[in-house]
Design a protein around this ligand. Structure first.
Ligand SMILES: [Zn+2]
Length: 131
């Protein structure tokens, strides 16, 4: 399957993408998620255990086409987990419908600073919908 490299998406683009059921948001922050809130509907795969949990993420997102990774700033953890997952899928160890792997520009902090909605539920994955 042809799969491009990791690309970037802005918060504004993510708002329009997030209504699509084939899109999943993957939060790879660590403990910050529990006190800073999160983007509604996001999955949580903390970067410190990300490598071991990739098989779970494959299962959880098998029906998705696009995954959008982010951490707090999307400088280190978000892009590196996105790349790691991209490489993992490319090695085709498991079946997945995922075609696009993206990272959210400026991460969760940029999302929150631009006035986008933040969910504070305790569920992972979050069952809320982006609005
Ligand atoms: Zn939530």
């Amino acid at each position: 399957m042809a799969r491009k490299g990791v690309s970037y998406v802005s918060a504004a683009q993510l708002v329009s993408l997030s209504g699509d059921p084939r899109v999943a948001i993957v939060d790879v922050r660590d403990e910050e998620r529990s006190y800073d809130g999160h983007i509604a509907g996001s999955h949580h795969y903390a970067s410190d255990a990300f490598a071991e949990r990739m098989p779970d993420l494959v299962q959880a997102t098998a029906a998705k086409e696009t995954l959008v990774f982010h951490c707090a700033l999307t400088k280190v953890r978000g892009p590196s987990c996105a790349q790691m997952f991209h490489d993992y899928l490319t090695e085709a160890k498991e079946e997945s419908g995922v075609k696009n792997i993206m990272v959210l520009e400026r991460g969760f902090n940029g999302w929150e600073l631009s006035g986008r909605p933040v969910c504070r539920c305790k569920e992972a994955p979050c069952k809320g919908a982006c609005s």
